[in-house]
Structures are given as structure tokens and as C-alpha cells.
Write a protein that binds this ligand. Structure first.
Ligand code: 13P
Ligand code: 13P
Ligand code: MG
Ligand code: MG
Ligand code: MG
Ligand code: MG
Length: 370
């Protein structure tokens, strides 16, 4: 069995929250090369979206493996040291714990991991996002694996016709449920249509009995108890041969749907599919970006990446995202650009309530008419 792990963290932004400094990425690539040499990893590729570094790694240790998580943790320690030396913004931002113990759960870095027996040809797509939260994967996963208007294979491929199951986490109460698609589509949508709380964690093929997708489902602010930046999630999707074709996996991103994140993690904004060269959110710390790195996995080796959104057929999505950004920005501090009060990552409301407590005057209650 091969495990594909993406482990990611923001360990400092260059400049502000817009990008990763090349020295940090070089250090990550060098550490991956050493880990391959030491036999810990089969292969590895360091990449980034915005100010988050992603380590894309193949190995045989399975998900949640101590040696792999520990390696990533210490690597992020090294990139933090570089960030501090260069005075980069928010050095070590996503490292919430002082010491590593066992695995990365609850420690700040995000991770998506998927273990599988390699098929004769194994195309996978690694999605990396910045300036948004893990629920941002709900809509595209629904489209890829449950919407025949997106994925033709659901109707015309006999290996897909039985559908897929969606594992959904409740991030507030730490519980999980599995929904069967298409039989329980409407139940599924009731939950995942609320992506701040309910997040698709994995998707499985009913016919193949194989896991097809894995997402990072941490919620940093719930772990830290305060705003420490958005999670900036990652996702792995396997493609072809009874799973959605590469083009069916990418198709949802032709629509720049609205996500929570952007400036101060507190605004709705469109998600913009971009090439690696354009994955540096600057305008209003946005619009939120997503990149798609395609690999063929052969004997555990990562053949790639192909920069899949480096394609003019996503130009319209990018143009539409810019139009939507103009439209939303003109709302300034008003909803629905700004998030609802309970979802704001930054707020002055508690101080205001204290300071203005005695200026609010009670009004006579409205009489209820019988
Ligand atoms: P090919 O016939 O080129 O292999 O394409 C099959 C497919 O997956 C198209 O989506
Ligand atoms: P990051 O989570 O990408 O660091 O973003 C933080 C932020 O507040 C951007 O405005
Ligand atoms: Mg940051
Ligand atoms: Mg980020
Ligand atoms: Mg972040
Ligand atoms: Mg072909």
C-alpha cells in the first residue's frame, strides 16, 4: 500500500500573508530530498499556495504516522527559523504547540492523507488553497462525486453509476456520519451546505470500495480558541478508471463559488483557480486562491507535477472571480461581504458591548396582540 500525504502550514508570509519566501521553499525541498535519501519517504515535492507551504509526500507508513508527521513538524520548525531571520510576517503562525507528540492532530498544521493500492495508472490531483477554510471543498466534492451535470461518468460509466459515499465531520461537536449518494443526497446537502461547521472528510467509491478523496478538516480557530489565520485547506482526489476523469475533477472550479476567508478570514469572496505562478493573493488578501497539481504515481514515485489550472479554459472563471470581487468589495463592512457576527474571525463586538452597555436604552416591549 502507498500513502499520499499532504501536510501544510503557514510558517511566515512574504510579504504580509501573500506568499512563501523562496528560501523557505528551498529548505523544504532540501529536507524532502534528505528524507527520501534516508528511506523515510518514497518521494516528495514541496509547493505552496499563498503563504502556506505544502509537503506532498509518498511513503509506506500509512496515515497519521508518527515518523512522517514528526518529519513535517520539524521541517516547519526550520522554515519558521528562516522566517524569523528574514522578519517575515507571522513566523510560525500555524505551529500552535511547543512540542511534538505522536501526530499533528490539534497542533496547527493541516493534513490530508490517502492510503491505496496503486492501480496500473494512478492519476491524482493535489489541491492547495489559501485564504479559506476546509468547508471550501464541500461544493466541488459534491459536484465531482454526486452531480451528473458536472460528472458525466455518474450516468454513463458502469463503475460509477452506483455512486459514492461521503464521510462528513461536524467540527463543532467532533462527530462524523456517512451519507450515501445518490440515495441520501438531500440529507447530505442539508449539512454540507453549511461549510463553516460540516465538512466532507473523505469520499469512497461504492463499486470499487476505494477511497477517492481526502481533505484536511482541521479548524485552526477551534483548536487555538482565537483567530490564528484561516486553515487554508488541502485535498487529494484520485481520478479515472471508475473515478471521475481529471476533467470532471477540475470542472467544478470553472465556477468561482463563494467561500469564507479573504481579508482577516472574515469575508465572503470568490475562489479563484490559478496557476502556481499566480497563487499569491494580494487584493484585499484575496481573492482566495486554489491550485491543482496533477501527478501520475508510479511505484510510489510522484511523476509531475502538472500545473492544471495553468489553462486558458479557466480564464473565464478568473475573470468572473474578479467581477464578483468588485461587486462584493463595494459592500465594504456590510454583509454578505463581511461574515455574519458569529463567524467573524476578528471582532470588536465584545469590547463595544462592554463600553456601550449603559448607552443602550431598554424599550417598552411590544404588546402581543391576542
Ligand atoms: P481516453 O479515451 O483519451 O483515454 O479518455 C477517456 C476519458 O477518461 C475521458 O474523460
Ligand atoms: P492566512 O491564514 O493565510 O495567514 O491569512 C490570514 C489573514 O488574516 C489574511 O488577511
Ligand atoms: Mg499567514
Ligand atoms: Mg495562508
Ligand atoms: Mg492560514
Ligand atoms: Mg487518451
Amino acid at each position: 500500500m502507498t500513502t499520499l500525504s499532504i501536510i501544510k502550514a503557514d510558517t511566515g508570509g512574504f510579504v504580509g500573508h501573500s506568499s512563501v519566501h523562496p528560501d523557505m521553499l528551498a529548505a523544504a525541498s532540501e529536507a524532502l530530498r534528505e528524507a527520501i535519501g534516508d528511506g523515510l519517504l518514497i518521494d516528495g515535492h514541496a509547493s505552496s499556495c499563498g503563504d502556506d507551504i505544502s509537503l506532498i509526500m509518498t511513503h509506506e507508513h500509512g496515515p497519521d504516522a508518527e515518523p512522517v508527521h514528526s518529519f513535517a513538524w520539524h521541517l516547519f520548525g526550520q522554515t519558521t527559523t528562516i522566517a524569523k531571520r528574514l522578519g517575515l510576517y507571522g513566523a510560525g503562525q500555524d505551529l500552535l504547540s511547543d512540542a511534538f507528540s505522536g501526530n499533528l492532530r490539534g497542533m496547527g498544521p493541516g493534513y490530508a492523507e490517502l492510503e491505496f493500492t496503486e492501480r496500473p495508472s494512478e492519476p491524482v490531483i493535489c489541491f492547495l488553497a489559501d485564504k479559506t477554510e476546509p468547508g471550501a471543498w464541500n461544493l466541488p466534492l459534491y459536484k465531482m462525486f454526486a452531480d451528473p451535470f458536472n460528472t458525466a461518468g455518474l450516468v454513463i460509466d458502469s463503475k460509477m453509476h452506483a455512486g459514492f459515499s461521503f464521510e462528513v465531520y461536524d467540527l463543532y461537536e467532533e462527530k462524523r456520519i456517512v451519507f450515501d449518494a445518490p440515495a441520501q443526497l438531500y440529507d447530505l446537502l442539508m449539512y454540507i451546505g453549511a461549510p463553516a461547521r460540516y465538512v466532507v472528510h473523505s469520499v469512497h467509491s461504492k463499486t470499487l470500495g476505494e477511497q477517492a478523496a481526502a481533505t484536511s478538516t482541521q479548524r485552526l480557530s477551534l483548536i487555538a480558541g482565537k483567530y490564528v489565520g484561516k486553515d487554508d485547506p488541502v485535498m487529494i482526489v484520485r481520478a479515472q478508471s471508475g473515478l471521475p476523469a481529471v476533467g470532471e475533477v477540475l470542472e467544478p472550479f470553472a465556477f468561482p463559488y463563494s467561500v469564507a476567508g479573504c481579508m482577516r478570514g472574515s469575508h465572503h469572496a470568490p475562489i479563484m483557480p490559478v496557476s502556481i505562478a499566480q497563487a499569491h493573493p494580494a487584493r484585499f488578501d484575496g481573492p482566495p486562491r486554489i491550485v491543482a497539481l496533477g501527478f501520475q504515481i508510479k511505484d510510489g514515485k510522484l511523476v509531475g507535477p502538472r500545473d492544471l489550472f495553468d489553462d486558458p479554459s479557466f480564464d473565464r472563471a478568473r475573470a468572473q472571480a474578479n467581477e464578483m470581487m468588485d461587486y462584493l468589495r463595494r459592500h465594504g463592512p456590510f454583509e454578505p461581504h463581511r461574515l455574519a457576527l458569529e463567524d467573524l474571525e476578528y471582532t470588536t463586538m465584545r469590547q463595544l458591548e462592554e463600553r456601550l452597555a449603559d448607552r443602550w436604552e431598554a424599550m417598552a416591549p411590544v404588546a402581543v396582540r391576542q
